[in-house]
Design a protein around this ligand. Structure first.
Ligand SMILES: [Zn+2]
Length: 112
């Protein structure tokens, strides 16, 4: 009796826990679930609000992992063009040195 219990114990301890197996997880509709790179959540790529829907479950995880969102970058470029004028105006105006070279020799050949 004791020997049987011993065998059963060694058999179960050799088995790896099922939760750590890298299996493809499907939801009830048969759609493949992806694991979010940021939070580790299993999600449907078609329901993801992230631009990188194969990587992140949503845009919040995309921002949290990358520090920015792809969608946000496109909007930031539009805003930064209007802000660029204020930045460059402060750089200029320090020394305005217009180097004008007066031409002392008149060209006589032009007038006939
Ligand atoms: Zn996530």
């Amino acid at each position: 009796m004791l020997a049987m219990v011993d065998i059963k114990n060694t058999a179960t301890s050799n088995e790896p826990p099922a939760s750590t197996l890298p299996l493809t997880i499907l939801d009830e509709d048969g759609e493949e679930l992806f694991e979010c790179d940021s939070c580790g959540l299993h999600y449907r790529p078609s329901k993801s609000t992230s631009s990188l829907r194969l990587t992140y479950c949503g845009f919040l995880c995309e921002i949290g992992d990358l520090g920015f969102s792809i969608d946000g970058l496109e909007q930031m470029e539009i805003i930064s063009t209007s802000d660029a004028n204020a930045d460059t105006s402060s750089d200029e105006g320090g020394s305005v040195d217009v180097n004008e070279e007066p031409n002392p020799v008149p060209s006589a050949s032009t007038s006939t």
